[in-house]
Ligand binder design. Sequence first.
Ligand SMILES: *[C@@H]1O[C@H](CO)[C@@H](O)[C@H](O)[C@H]1NC(C)=O
Ligand SMILES: *[C@@H]1O[C@H](CO)[C@@H](O)[C@H](O)[C@H]1NC(C)=O
Ligand SMILES: *[C@@H]1O[C@H](CO)[C@@H](O)[C@H](O)[C@H]1NC(C)=O
Ligand SMILES: *[C@@H]1O[C@H](CO)[C@@H](O)[C@H](O)[C@H]1NC(C)=O
Ligand SMILES: *[C@@H]1O[C@H](CO)[C@@H](O)[C@H](O)[C@H]1NC(C)=O
Ligand SMILES: [Fe+2]
Length: 462
Amino acid sequence: MWILTIFCLCLHFSATCNAGITSKYVRKPHASVDMPPEHFPSPATFNAPEQVHITQGDHEGRGMIISWVTPLHRNPNVVTYWEAEGEHRRRHKVHAATTSYRYYNYTSGFIHHATLRMLKYDTRYIYELGKHNEARKFSFTTPPKAGPDVPYTFGVMGDLGQTYDSNQTFQHYVSNPKGQAVLYVGDLSYADHYPFHDNVKWDIWGRFVEKSTAYQPWIWTAGNHEIDYAPEIEENTPFKPYMHRYHVPYKASKSTSPLWYSIKRASAYIIVLSSYSAYGTYTPQYNWLEQEFPKVNRSETPWLIVLLHSPMYNSNNYHYMEGESMRVMFEQWFVENKVDLVFSGHVHSYERSERISNVQYNITNGLSAPVKDPCAPVYITIGDGGNIEGIADNFADPQPSYSAFREASFGHAILEIKNRSHAFYTWHRNQDNEPTIADSTWFHNRYWYPHDEHSSSSGLVH
Ligand SMILES: *[C@@H]1O[C@H](CO)[C@@H](O)[C@H](O)[C@H]1NC(C)=O
Ligand SMILES: *[C@@H]1O[C@H](CO)[C@@H](O)[C@H](O)[C@H]1NC(C)=O
Ligand SMILES: *[C@@H]1O[C@H](CO)[C@@H](O)[C@H](O)[C@H]1NC(C)=O
Ligand SMILES: *[C@@H]1O[C@H](CO)[C@@H](O)[C@H](O)[C@H]1NC(C)=O
Ligand SMILES: *[C@@H]1O[C@H](CO)[C@@H](O)[C@H](O)[C@H]1NC(C)=O
Ligand SMILES: [Fe+2]
């Protein structure tokens, strides 16, 4: 039904088809306040596993990393798992690698990471952490084997934090039955907002999002709030809390750092980059990415998606052009390799670009304006999770031609890959009910179906 509605509204907007839309919607401006920690207590039983989160554990989609924290004792450090249906309900056990860390005067609990391997595709598994009365049970479903026409639906969120607004974004996503995995574009707990980067906020965040992260993989990207570099309190190791708590399968894609890596999942090939690690020529991240693009087989995974924190195209005055140096380094590769979509966070509002590129410039020719480019990705800024820093509502005026739709509201997105040529994309603002769509478009695959999308015509403005 709502597809028809969108179509009608499309016609309605046909007069403005080639101009970007700045949504007229004005959200009620109120400061974002953190939820009190007592809303997210540890489980009642002694030393029970908590802050459970899972992410893909290999390159192909047959592995899962299960992570959890036990606050007081090293055990239980074993995950038991079995197939939910069918005759092969044999129980398997995997031991976790256990770590912990200190940050200023904070000492973490025992942080466990166990990698389940050689799982069956497209299969539901139950897993159990702990024993007897402290045991907690969860489940997940593995993706289908990678293939060109495998439908798969991703949620997309960023810059969540732990305010009442964060809760709304998160709960809306959770209430949407379509999402099978989350593409998370960085900035998790915002612990660094507090004196001495109060790492208790990392624990609370882990409990806050467990309702989703324990059941479906979140594909992690590091943002600036993961750096936690604080030499004034002798915390000199960047990304220390993040890298202890959130493990990713970086070795499977021959990366030498968890901050950049890739995975295949269903019909998508996902490349995760780090805006806050070196990316100049000859650096490890640069060399890795250069070798990564030729490995992408669009006959197997047609949808090439990049996640990074600081947007390369953004028409908000907030963090304006912070992503520029990485754009200069990598945009050429994105265009040459027909990347479909680049998701970023960092700017606390929502924006979707046209397919544009700015790669023709060299230092003498003066060609430094972005131009329409059918080979270029669409850039989406989805840093509108609702964290304590509030909304970024100061857009550049007039709206640049590269910006298709923008709105200063909190929300999340859903990307429904249908087959090798089509994906339906929707953005949901928090003030509406989840089924209401505030911006939507069909994306056409750049490799298999590089047709124009008339993207700016489908934004719905209430
Ligand atoms: C850490 O130090 C701060 C500042 O001195 C203090 O307020 C806080 O209670 C301390 N926390 C712990 C766990 O000792
Ligand atoms: C978070 O949202 C859920 C669902 O709307 C609600 O039940 C819960 O009370 C909220 N939590 C807080 C701390 O407001
Ligand atoms: C690419 O993937 C297709 C489909 O899985 C496969 O038939 C083909 O051999 C792959 N090509 C390369 C170069 O690996
Ligand atoms: C710079 O761009 C101009 C115009 O496209 C071109 O003629 C010139 O050869 C380029 N210079 C270099 C060094 O690539
Ligand atoms: C791909 O999906 C789109 C949207 O559902 C549909 O219109 C199109 O016919 C599909 N293509 C193929 C080859 O099935
Ligand atoms: Fe950020």
